[in-house]
Structures are given as structure tokens and as C-alpha cells.
Ligand binder design. Structure first.
Ligand SMILES: Cc1ncc(C[n+]2csc(CCOP(=O)(O)OP(=O)(O)O)c2C)c(N)n1
Length: 630
């Protein structure tokens, strides 16, 4: 790592001779492959932008110039080259570097992210602030072609393009979202790249760049005039962006550092909104004999030489797999069942359904709001859509859930993966908020299964129910091997399950919190404390019959949920209990009101006491308090 060892920040990249830039990129690529082989992480996107990152740091002056990356999952080379190389092996480790970019980590991380489609809006905000304050620097948004399936990216382009402000957008086009990219824009970008005209233009770009270096020596005015003429010739391929108010440059080869630095130097001397289209290869240089583009995206630890995954731990299947298999099996029984996903076919497990029922499967792109309203439209015509979207990303679809689905009581089923503590993706991906936001939606049934069999039973219940319905489950393995869908009966609508009868207090556990709640009760029983445990699988509606029995027989109820405690299930239950049994206390255990750092999920749960020991400790203390009062 001869050159990389001398790089402590962007200034060190800028002082390198041009012929040192590609060797530096090669070292950065190897560094990524080596470190991520130990830590796991989003390797594919980072490998694709190594040269782009070097070129950006060479042509622009971060942190004076502001580079805003979309998502931030491609930010590993950026971290390595902006002073975080020594700490890079701490990536995604507790207390170490985050897997995305964040303001608190470095002055070079202008805008934190994790969700897609925010870069243009954020960069335009920065550019507007610069102008309001009369300052002078470049603002650059870097986004992938996947981000061009996000409505928000167009809202930003529409606003920025019209404003005429100085802003540069770099479109990093690798043809991939996580899965192969989808949609008309994807086809449009593909047609730009494929057209013979574009190939002529590409040659022209080279010509202009070469000419610019010559003219730069002779005077800027002359240069600008000639440049303007030549640049006009390059405009046609990106007509659509031009119509939006951007000057389009490209497409250019995104692994050619020389061409990129020359193009960036040239484009930054111009004014107004400009868009540079670079073509890159996701996962470039990753050592796998068989390219498997989707699997490059995020990877568990692997062998750095062969790229093969290190052996995974055995045990019951992941919730994602149980759901994917179940919805596919149910698809055979229900021809009207379709699946909608927002760019996450394998992440949500529905790639199994996609293979079996391609005509009943819809990947709509990174467009969660659209996914939900599209599903609502399907539901108006008797189709039964299942929306498979991560808890954190469904936040984007909230208005559609209320306005399009719930008010019209349409039978859309929401299956929220990655609900609860999310593990090493960290704060931007936390699935802690869905219980709170879903409980507030009128007409919506809110549920959480405690194991794979119950997930299937709840899906059956959802399909039999004429109205919106949601299920949530975490990024984890299920507690037990699930049965086949044909072997499972629907869960009776609106019912809880009594897991253990006691008398001192009752624990109402949500979904995966049932197992630690039962363990806690068993531990407490050995101390003489007799605790009831209820599987509160319907968070809404509440099982009023069982609730009335519980408040008759217990002095306090403890709710346990893998979600934010603010406005969670405990708060919802307390609102009812205070009207039917004002003397009964409700104590809510969940994630306190703060953000959570990346760490393994068990560690995150332990931190907030959502373990058997944590629950037992709280119940023991509450019981002692109660005993002291009475
Ligand atoms: C709102 C939202 N939905 C889904 C995701 C999951 N996700 C992370 S990266 C990604 C693909 C992004 O594709 P692109 O912008 O082309 O970047 P690339 O990975 O190709 O570099 C997706 C779907 C997300 N981050 N945010």
C-alpha cells in the first residue's frame, strides 16, 4: 500500500502526479476487498466508484467543495481517502466507522444518508445556502442510476434545474440497483449508452477534454467560447436532463481517471446546473470466478482471494426466507395474490415468488410511496397485493398508507422485514418506528408473529380479511423451523395467545419478544414470582376479551416490544386500560427515545434490556415497587 500509506486526506490525493492516481485506485480497491472480507458490508458499490472517488478528490477541494453522496453505501473509498484509512478495519463494528456516510464521522461527509434519493435535494439545499451567504464553492451530488427510480430525485432535479443555480450532479450509471435496475429511465440510460451516436459523442468528449487542456493555457475567454460550441455537440444524448434545466455531459468511462479529472475540471469552470453521466461497473475487481452482480451489493465476510463466503452459522431459517417461501406457497392457492416490492426482491425474500410467478411480481424501483399507491390501485380491482418492504423504507410510503390504502379500507397486506433493531446497518436503517406509525393508521390491522408458523397463520388471516393488514418481523433467524403453508391454519382474527398463566403480573409480548418473555417468566418462577405471559400478536385491534381477564387478575401489565417506546404498543394499550381499569398500571418496555448505533442485533437488544435477563430484571423491580406500595 505504498501510495495509500501517504494519503491522510484529500490534499494528499490532489498533490499526486496524474500517473500515480490509477496505482492509488488499485491500492484502494485491494484495501476494500481485504477489509470487507473481515467486516462484511456493501462491497459492490464501493468497488464500482474507486476511480470516480479518486477523480472527485483530485478535481474538487473537499471539504471546501461539498460532495454529497446518495445513500452512502458506496462511500468506502471516500472514507479510505478522506482520513479514515487507519480506522477502516473498524467498519460496521461496534464503536467503529459506520457503514454509510455521516456528518458526525468526518467533515468530508457533507450530508448523512442511508436511504436512497436524497442527494440532489440535499445538495441543492447546500448550494442555495452558499448563494444566500454569498460564498463560493462547488456543490456536487453523486447518485446512482437506481436513485433515478426514486421520485425524490426528480423533485430535486426539477427544482434545481429550474433555479439555474450552480450545481453539479454526477450520475453513476452501473445499470444496477441492488438487483438489475428497472423502469423506463433505466431503459433510457441504456439507450444513451448503446446508441452509435453516443459512441461518436464519447469520442467528442475526449476531443473536447484534450482541447480544453490546450486552451486553458491560452486564456479563459477564448477557451469558454470554444468549449461552449463543442459542449453543445455533446448535449443531445441527455436531452431529458437538458429539458429539466441541466447541461448534460457524457456518457464518460467511469474507470478512466484521466478522462474524469479532465471532464470535471472542464465542467466545473462552467455555470448553472450541470449533469455528468459516468458509466461504471458495480463490484469491479471483486474476486469471484462467476460474476453474481446482485450478491456483490452487500456481503457477509468472505475469502479475499476467492470471494467465497466464510461458512455461515447453521440453525433455523431467516424470517426473510420463511416469508418468501410462505408467500410463494400461498400464491399457488390464491391466483389473485401478487407481490409488490420497492427494489428489494432478494432483501425481502420475494425473489422466490418472482421466479415462480413472474407475471404476478412487481419490482417498482426505489419508490416506496408509489409501491403502496400502486398496490392500492390493484386492490380496488380485486387483486390481493402483498407489499414486501423493509420497516425503515416503508417510512417513505406513510402518506400513501393513510391516504390511499387506509381511508379507502383497501385490502393491501404490508410485510415489513428488518423490523426492530437492525444490527450493523445502524441508525439510518433501524426498524424501530413501524409499530408507532402503523398503530396511528385508522382501519389498519397491525400484527407481529412470534415464529414462522405464526407468520404463515397471520398471512392466511390477512388474506381472509377485507381491509389493510400489516405484519412485522426482524432481521434475524426464526426461533424454530417453520411448517409448510398447507399445514398452517389462519390465526383467528384479533386474538392473543396465552403462553403462560400466572398471577402477580402479566407480560404482553409483541412478536419475537415472546421467547425472551417466556424465559424471563420461567426464571422469575424459580424465585417465586408467578408471571402471566401473553403473545399480543394483534397489536390492533386488541383482544378485548383476554385484556379484560388480564386486568381483572393482575395489578400491572408489562408490554415488551422491539420498537420505539414512544407511541408504541405499550402506549396504545395504556390508553385502553386507563378507561377500562384505571387502577391497573401499564409499563412499556422497548427502545428508549434516541438513535441507535450499529452493532450486532443481540447487542443492541441487550443495551435496552430487551432480553430474558433484562425483562426479568424490570419485572422483578416493578414487583418490588408494587409490594412496597401495597
Ligand atoms: C428508500 C430506500 N429504499 C431502498 C434502499 C435499499 N438500497 C440501498 S442501495 C440500493 C440500490 C441503489 O442503486 P444505485 O443508486 O444505482 O447505487 P449503486 O448501488 O448501483 O451504486 C437500494 C435499493 C434504500 N437505501 N433506500
Amino acid at each position: 500500500m505504498a501510495i495509500l500509506d501517504t494519503i491522510h486526506g484529500p490534499a494528499d490525493v490532489r498533490r499526486l502526479a496524474k500517473d500515480q492516481l490509477q496505482p492509488l485506485a488499485d491500492e484502494v480497491r485491494q484495501r476494500l476487498i481485504d477489509v470487507v472480507s473481515e467486516t462484511g458490508g456493501h462491497i459492490g458499490a464501493g468497488l464500482g466508484v474507486v476511480e470516480l472517488t479518486v477523480a472527485l478528490l483530485h478535481s474538487f477541494e473537499s471539504p471546501t467543495d461539498k460532495i454529497v453522496w446518495d445513500v452512502g453505501h458506496q462511500g468506502y473509498p471516500w472514507k479510505v481517502l478522506t482520513g479514515r484509512n487507519v480506522r477502516f478495519p473498524t467498519l460496521r463494528q461496534p464503536g467503529g466507522l459506520n457503514g454509510f456516510l455521516r456528518r458526525s464521522e468526518s467533515e468530508h461527509d457533507v450530508f448523512g444518508a442511508g436511504h436512497a434519493g436524497t442527494a440532489v435535494s440535499a445538495a441543492f439545499g447546500v448550494a442555495t445556502a452558499r448563494d444566500l451567504k454569498g460564498e463560493h464553492y462547488q456543490v456536487v451530488a453523486v447518485l446512482g442510476d437506481g436513485a433515478l427510480t426514486c421520485g425524490m430525485s426528480y423533485e430535486g432535479l426539477n427544482n434545481a434545474g429550474h433555479s439555474g443555480r450552480d450545481i453539479i450532479v454526477i450520475l453513476n450509471d452501473n445499470g444496477m440497483s441492488i438487483a438489475p435496475n428497472v423502469g423506463a429511465m433505466n431503459r433510457y440510460l441504456g439507450s444513451i449508452i448503446a446508441s452509435p451516436f453516443t459512441n461518436r459523442v464519447r469520442e467528442k468528449v475526449k476531443g473536447v477534454v484534450e482541447m480544453s487542456s490546450k486552451y486553458l493555457g491560452h486564456g479563459v475567454v477564448d477557451f469558454s467560447r470554444k468549449l461552449e460550441e463543442s459542449v453543445k455537440n455533446m448535449w443531445s444524448p441527455g436531452m431529458l436532463f437538458e429539458e429539466l434545466g441541466f447541461r448534460y455531459f457524457g456518457p464518460i468511462a467511469g474507470h478512466d481517471i484521466g478522462l474524469m479529472t479532465q471532464t470535471f475540471d472542464l465542467v466545473k469552470s462552467l455555470k448553472g446546473p450541470r449533469l455528468i453521466h459516468v458509466i461504471t461497473e458495480k463490484g469491479k475487481g471483486f474476486p469471484l470466478p462467476e460474476p453474481d452482480l446482485e450478491k456483490y451489493h452487500a456481503r457477509q465476510p468472505y475469502d479475499p482471494v476467492t470471494g467465497k463466503l466464510k461458512s455461515a452459522a447453521g440453525g433455523p431459517p431467516a424470517w426473510t426466507k420463511v416469508f418468501g417461501d410462505a408467500v410463494t406457497q400461498l400464491g399457488a392457492e390464491r391466483p389473485e395474490l401478487v407481490v409488490v416490492t420497492a427494489a428489494m426482491p432478494s432483501g425481502t425474500g420475494v425473489n422466490v415468488f418472482q421466479k415462480k410467478w413472474p407475471d404476478r411480481f412487481f419490482d417498482v424501483g426505489i419508490a416506496e410511496g408509489h409501491a403502496v399507491t400502486f398496490a392500492a390501485g390493484l386492490a380496488t380491482q380485486g387483486i390481493r397485493p402483498v407489499c414486501a418492504i423493509y420497516s425503515t423504507f416503508l417510512q417513505r410510503g406513510y402518506d400513501s398508507i393513510i391516504h390511499d390504502v387506509a381511508i379507502q379500507k383497501l385490502p393491501v397486506i404490508f410485510c415489513m422485514d428488518r423490523a426492530g433493531m437492525v444490527g450493523d446497518d445502524g441508525q439510518t436503517h433501524m426498524g424501530l418506528y413501524d409499530i408507532a406509525y402503523m398503530l396511528a393508521v385508522p382501519n389498519l390491522t397491525v400484527t407481529a408473529p412470534r415464529d414462522g408458523a405464526e407468520l404463515i397463520g397471520l398471512l392466511r388471516c390477512a388474506l381472509a380479511h377485507d381491509g389493510p393488514f400489516s405484519l412485522r418481523y426482524p432481521r434475524d433467524r426464526t426461533p424454530t423451523e417453520p411448517p409448510l403453508a398447507v399445514e398452517v391454519q389462519p390465526v383467528p382474527y384479533g386474538t392473543w395467545e396465552l403462553l403462560r398463566q400466572g398471577r402477580h403480573c402479566a407480560i404482553l409480548a409483541v412478536g419475537v419478544m415472546c421467547a425472551p418473555a417466556v424465559q424471563a417468566a420461567e426464571a422469575l418462577a424459580s424465585e417465586g414470582l408467578d408471571v402471566t405471559v401473553v403473545n399480543a400478536r394483534f397489536l390492533k385491534p386488541l383482544d378485548r376479551t383476554m385484556l379484560e381477564a388480564l386486568v381483572r387478575e393482575h395489578r400491572f401489565l408489562v408490554t415488551v416490544e422491539d420498537g420505539c417506546v414512544v407511541n408504541g404498543f405499550g402506549a396504545y394499550l395504556a390508553e385502553t386500560v386507563q378507561t377500562i381499569a384505571p387502577d391497573v398500571r401499564v409499563i412499556a418496555l422497548g427502545a428508549p427515545d434516541r438513535t441507535y448505533e450499529h452493532a450486532p442485533r443481540p447487542q443492541q437488544l441487550a443495551e435496552v434490556g430487551l432480553t430474558a435477563e433484562g425483562i426479568a430484571a424490570r419485572v422483578r423491580a416493578l414487583h418490588a415497587e408494587e409490594a412496597a406500595v401495597s
